[in-house]
Design a protein around this ligand. Structure first.
Ligand code: ZN
Length: 157
């Protein structure tokens, strides 16, 4: 059975979730992408700028304007998940984003937060990637490794 774990860190612009960092982990290898913004920072609304700065400083620590992959390539990146038997994510925003992408023929995508007995992820001892700044640094790469470890410990076979 092909099991993949996907984690996405992003921004919200005009109410829409925009991925900034995508990591896909099969338990042995990780694909990692930092996505360029689909629009510049300056024309964003004051509220979106405020939210973006908050995320940069206090959540994932990724800069809004950074990235090395065009946002046009996001659908192709997400298609890595297409032939998985099971895709695990953690968080309704990421789950909904993936389900929306695979509108017609989705792989089975499970949001681990929907399990009542799901304990929180332990504080990771794994290194984070080098694109994070700020006080809090939540990394999609580290999250996928932590989730894989968590699955090994808590999920039924
Ligand atoms: Zn990272």
């Amino acid at each position: 059975m092909k099991v993949l774990v996907c984690d996405i860190q992003g921004f919200v612009v005009c109410g829409e979730f925009l991925p900034k960092e995508i990591a896909i982990n099969n338990g042995q290898q990780i694909s990692h992408f930092l996505i360029k913004p689909s629009q510049d920072f300056s024309p964003l609304s004051q509220q979106d700028k405020k939210t973006a700065r908050y995320l940069e400083r206090y959540q994932h620590g990724l800069k809004y304007s950074k990235g090395f992959v065009s946002h046009h390539e996001v659908p192709e990146i997400l298609n890595i998940l297409a032939d998985a038997d099971l895709v695990y994510v953690r968080g309704h925003q990421k789950h909904d984003f993936l389900v929306k992408h695979f509108r017609y023929c989705p792989p089975k995508i499970v949001n681990l937060e929907t399990y009542d007995w799901s304990p929180p992820l332990p504080k990771s001892s794994q290194p984070i990637c080098m694109y994070h700044h700020g006080k809090s640094r939540i990394c999609a790469v580290t999250n996928t490794s932590d989730i894989f470890n968590w699955i090994k410990n808590f999920m039924p076979d």
